[in-house]
Design a protein around this ligand. Structure first.
Ligand code: FAQ
Length: 329
């Protein structure tokens, strides 16, 4: 869909809402314009509902899949305190998925359908979680920079129009801020440590820079959904605006630690106030989000395993299958 520098005319709001009752649509858009929150039982255009389900569901999937790269380091964390902190962080991410699945359910798609669409590869999740955490330093970079990117996105969108999503984002941002501090502490520890530790964190930054630049989504001139989502205040800033906010906040911090960002073209243009950088490879991004990244198969296999092995627990909790229920004595 993207790769050519244009916004698909079929995705323009007018085209997407041509079958809606114009009076209701106008009232809905006036509410959004006035800063009202839309709640689950309110009238909303079909396309608004569809876009929200797509985005919130992808976000929820990103949180449970996102627990996996760092999760693989729980047993290998350097020291008991770091192990405890990492366990708590991973647990938080899974909790975020719960909040987000609940928000998406208010729009009419069941959790079961969402999980099935994740496992079958129909639904997407964030590109970044298809890369491996090769060393402990990778977990430090993830907790610092991916969580930072997530906060930039979520803080902006928590001021958006759909009540249940905004409320979930507010809570998630508070927890993510803690993750960011934890990640920053880990990166500072390694960057100011021994030569080997500094090399480890530098190598991890080199590995993660490209996925981090992709994280905010394709450039505005090829983004498919931004125009519609910004009109309805689901997205409160465009992909490029979010990427710029992130660069503005974190590039100076990375440089302060003496780390090198693997992009020779990265610099702030003082006259425009914008960061200039090498255009990310959007063809690679497209391959990764569509199933052909380094860890896509492994990530989905883990979720499939958890889904299958956990089925009896869900059945027991729902008491649908008496065979699994221990009688109370
Ligand atoms: N990864 O037209 P746009 C986290 C897809 S949470 C994968 O620009 P849109 C916490 C997009 O879906 C991270 N796919 O799309 C944590 C669309 O495909 P479709 C997740 C991507 O929606 C930290 C196509 O490309 N956060 O990290 C990505 O306007 C540490 C065209 O793109 C959210 O999900 C991507 N990066 O903007 C956990 C936030 N970017 O559906 C553990 C909510 C784009 O047409 C450890 N989502 N695509 O087939 C959003 O804000 C938006 O959906 C964007 C994309 C900004 C991600």
């Amino acid at each position: 869909m993207y790769g050519n520098a244009y916004i698909d005319p079929d995705q323009t709001p007018n085209k997407l809402t041509q079958d809606e009752d114009p009076a209701r649509l106008a009232e809905f858009e006036a509410r959004i314009e006035g800063g009202d929150k839309i709640e689950p039982k309110d009238w909303m255009p079909k396309e608004y509902r569809k876009q929200l389900i797509r985005m919130i569901e992808q976000h929820a999937h990103s949180e449970i899949i996102g627990a996996l790269p760092e999760g693989t380091w729980i047993t290998r964390a350097p020291g008991f305190r770091r192990k405890l902190a990492l366990m708590a962080k991973v647990q938080d991410e899974v909790g975020h998925a719960q909040l987000l699945y609940s928000a998406a359910e208010t729009l009419g798609k069941s959790r079961e359908e969402m999980i099935n669409d994740l496992i079958s590869g129909k639904s997407k999740y964030s590109n970044v979680f298809n890369y491996p955490a090769e060393t402990w330093a990778d977990t430090a970079i993830i907790s610092w920079l991916i969580d930072a990117g997530a906060i930039v996105n979520q803080l902006a969108n928590s001021k958006g129009s759909y009540g249940p999503y905004c409320r979930a984002l507010e809570r998630i941002c508070v927890e993510e801020s803690f993750h960011l501090k934890y990640g920053h502490d880990n990166v500072v520890f390694l960057a100011t440590g021994t030569k080997t530790q500094r090399e480890m964190v530098q190598d991890a930054l080199i590995r993660w820079w490209k996925p981090v630049m992709h994280f905010f989504g394709p450039s505005d001139n090829i983004s498919v959904h931004t125009k519609t989502l910004m009109k309805w205040k689901v997205k409160m800033a465009s992909n490029d605006e979010m990427r710029q906010t992130f660069l503005n906040m974190y590039v100076p911090k990375i440089w302060d630690l003496g780390l090198v960002i693997p992009d020779p073209n990265l610099k702030k243009n003082e006259s425009t106030g914008l960061w200039e950088y090498t255009e990310p490879d959007w063809e690679e991004f497209k391959r990764v989000i569509n199933g052909d990244g380094p860890c896509n198969k492994e990530r989905l296999a883990v979720r499939k395993y958890a889904e299958e092995k956990g089925r009896w627990v869900r059945k027991a909790l729902l008491r649908k299958d008496a065979e699994y229920v221990t009688p109370l004595v």
